[in-house]
Write a protein that binds this ligand. Structure first.
Ligand SMILES: NC(=O)c1ccc[n+]([C@@H]2O[C@H](COP(=O)([O-])OP(=O)(O)OC[C@H]3O[C@@H](n4cnc5c(N)ncnc54)[C@H](O)[C@@H]3O)[C@@H](O)[C@H]2O)c1
Length: 442
C-alpha cells in the first residue's frame, strides 16, 4: 500500500513505481520487462474507480520460487541452471502459464510474463490466475537426454508449488508436448498417482486436447475477423502480412487464407517473402519443411527485414517475438489493423504512435488467448476424464474469443480508449473485484 488509507472510504491509492513500491529484488535502474507491465498498470489505474485501492496487488507477484537445477551432462560433468516459477496472482483461481527454456530468461521477464497471464486469463474470463516459469538455458546446445533430466529435476523443484488445483504449467518458447509429458510423469511419480491435469499442452495420447495445436492461431483469426467487421473491412481478399511462421503465425495465416483472405508477406527468422498475387500458406509450410527456409518460395520475391514493415497490407500479424513494432518502424506500417499473435510485440511508444495514426491493435492479451483457452479445456477434460471432439472444442473456443472481443470492444467505445487499455480495464477490474470480495487474509 502506498499511503495510509481508510479501508472504509476505499480511497483510490496513488500508485508509485519508485521508492518502497518496487521490490528490492528488482534493480530500479534496469527493471527489465516487468517495467512495461508496471507502466500498463499505471495507465489503467485511473479507470479502476474504488478498486484502485487494491492496485498494489497487481504490481507484486504473489509468490516467486527460484530454484537451482543441477543435472549430469552426457560428458559426465555436472551443470547447474537457474530456474524460476512465478505465481503472479491467484485471486480468481489457480495460477496458469507456460514454461520457457531460453538462455536470456530473467526473473523480471518471468514476472512480466506471469503478470500478462493474469491479465489474459481475466480478459477472456478463464477461472485462472497468472503464472509463468523458465529455465536459463539454450536448449539447442543440449541432448534430448540432458533436456529430459533438466525438465524432470526442474519439475521436482517447483513441485512444491505446482499441482492441478494450484498452478498448471504449459509449453512456451522452446518447450513442447514432449516436455509436458516429462513434467506430467515426474509430478505423477512424486505424488504417487497419474495426475494428467498438472500441465496442459500434453500429447493427445496422454490427456492432451484436440485443437490445441492451432488454438492460438485460431483465436488470432476469430478476433481479427471480428475486428475487420467492426472496422467495416471485408475479410474476403483482406491483405495480410505475418511475422513469424511457427505455431501461431502458420496457423493464423492458414486459417485466414482458408477464409478467403490473401497472405501478401511472410517473415520468419530465415527471411521475408512477398507476393502481390498472394502466398498459399499450405505451400509455404511445405516449402519451409522441405528446405528449412521461407525464402526461395516459388512465385514470391524476397524483401529485406526492414522492408517487411512497409508492405502494403490491411492486417499485420506479429507472431514471432516481443518488441518488434517500435517507435522506429511504427510510422511505416500501412495496415489499418494489427492483431498481436506474439506476446508483447509492440512497445508502449509504438502503441502511442499507432493510436495517433488511427491503427487498431487487437492486443496480445486478447488475440493470442486461444492457446490458454484450449489449455483450460484440456484441464477440464482431464478432471472429468471425458474428451470432446475437435468440432466441440473449436465451437467453444470461437464463442469465448468472439464474446471476449465484443465485450472489450464495448468497453473501448464506452471509455474512448484503445482495445489494449479496455482489456486491462476489464481484466484488472475482474482480478481486483475478486481480491476485494475475498478480503485481506487474515
Ligand atoms: N504457441 C502458443 O500457443 C502461443 C500462445 C500465446 C502466445 N504465443 C506467443 O507467440 C509467439 C510465437 O510463438 P510460437 O509458439 O509460434 O513460436 P514458434 O517457435 O513456433 O515460432 C516462432 C516464429 O518466429 C520466427 N522468428 C524468430 N525470430 C524472428 C525474427 N528475429 N524475425 C522474424 N521472425 C522470427 C521463427 O522463425 C518462427 O517462425 C511468442 O511470442 C509466443 O510467446 C504463443
Amino acid at each position: 500500500m502506498t499511503a495510509t488509507q481508510d479501508p472504509q472510504n476505499q480511497t483510490p491509492a496513488q500508485p508509485q513505481l519508485g521508492g518502497h513500491t518496487l521490490p528490492s529484488y528488482l534493480d530500479p535502474n534496469n527493471i527489465g520487462p516487468y517495467e512495461i507491465y508496471l507502466e500498463q498498470v499505471e495507465r489503467v489505474t485511473p479507470y479502476l474507480g474504488k478498486l484502485a485501492y487494491w492496485v498494489e496487488t497487481l504490481k507484486r507477484p504473489k509468490r516467486i520460487l527460484v530454484v537451482d537445477v543441477p543435472i549430469h551432462l552426457d560428458d559426465g560433468t555436472v551443470a547447474h541452471f537457474e530456474g524460476y516459477r512465478v505465481q503472479h496472482n491467484t485471486s480468481r483461481g489457480p495460477a496458469k502459464g507456460g514454461v520457457r527454456f531460453h538462455q536470456d530468461v530473467t526473473l523480471s521477464e518471468v514476472m512480466a510474463l506471469s503478470a500478462w497471464m493474469t491479465i489474459k486469463n481475466a480478459a477472456v474470463n478463464l477461472p485462472y490466475g497468472g503464472g509463468k516459469g523458465g529455465i536459463r538455458i539454450d536448449p539447442r546446445k543440449y541432448s534430448t537426454g540432458e533436456l529430459e533430466r533438466l525438465t524432470r529435476r526442474y519439475t521436482t523443484e517447483i513441485g512444491l508449488i505446482i499441482g492441478p488445483e494450484k498452478d498448471i504449467p504449459a509449453p512456451d518458447v522452446n518447450t513442447n508436448p514432449q516436455t509436458m509429458a516429462w513434467m506430467m510423469d515426474t509430478y505423477s511419480m512424486n505424488v504417487g498417482r497419474t495426475a494428467t491435469g498438472v500441465v496442459t499442452g500434453k500429447p493427445v495420447s496422454l490427456g492432451g486436447s484436440l485443437g490445441r495445436g492451432d488454438a492460438t492461431g485460431r483465436g488470432v483469426f476469430v478476433t481479427g475477423a471480428e475486428a475487420l467487421s467492426k472496422l467495416g473491412m471485408p475479410l474476403g481478399g483482406a491483405r495480410i502480412a505475418v511475422q513469424g511462421f511457427g505455431n501461431v503465425g502458420n496457423a493464423a495465416a492458414r486459417i485466414f487464407h482458408d477464409h478467403g483472405a490473401k497472405i501478401v508477406a511472410i517473415q520468419d527468422v530465415t527471411g521475408t517473402v512477398h507476393s502481390e498475387a498472394g502466398i498459399n500458406p499450405h505451400t509455404a509450410a511445405a516449402h519451409l519443411a522441405r528446405t528449412g527456409k521461407i525464402t526461395g518460395l516459388e512465385g514470391t520475391e524476397e524483401l529485406t527485414t526492414g522492408e517487411f514493415w512497409g508492405v502494403d497490407c490491411d492486417v499485420l500479424i506479429p507472431a514471432a517475438l516481443e518488441k518488434q513494432i517500435t517507435a522506429e518502424n511504427a510510422g511505416r506500417i500501412r495496415a489499418k489493423l494489427i492483431v498481436e499473435g506474439a506476446n508483447g510485440p509492440t512497445t508502449p511508444a509504438a502503441d502511442d504512435l499507432l493510436r495517433e495514426r488511427g491503427v487498431t491493435v487487437v492486443p496480445d492479451v486478447l488475440a493470442n488467448a486461444g492457446g490458454v483457452t484450449v489449455s483450460y479445456f484440456e484441464w477440464v477434460q482431464d478432471f472429468s476424464s471425458f474428451f470432446w471432439t475437435e468440432d466441440e472444442i473449436n465451437a467453444r473456443l470461437d464463442r469465448i474469443m468472439r464474446e471476449a472481443f465484443l465485450g472489450l470492444w464495448d468497453v473501448k467505445e464506452q471509455h474512448g480508449v484503445t482495445l489494449r487499455t479496455a482489456a486491462y480495464i476489464v481484466a484488472c477490474t475482474r482480478v481486483l473485484e475478486a481480491r476485494a470480495l475475498r478480503g485481506l487474509y487474515p
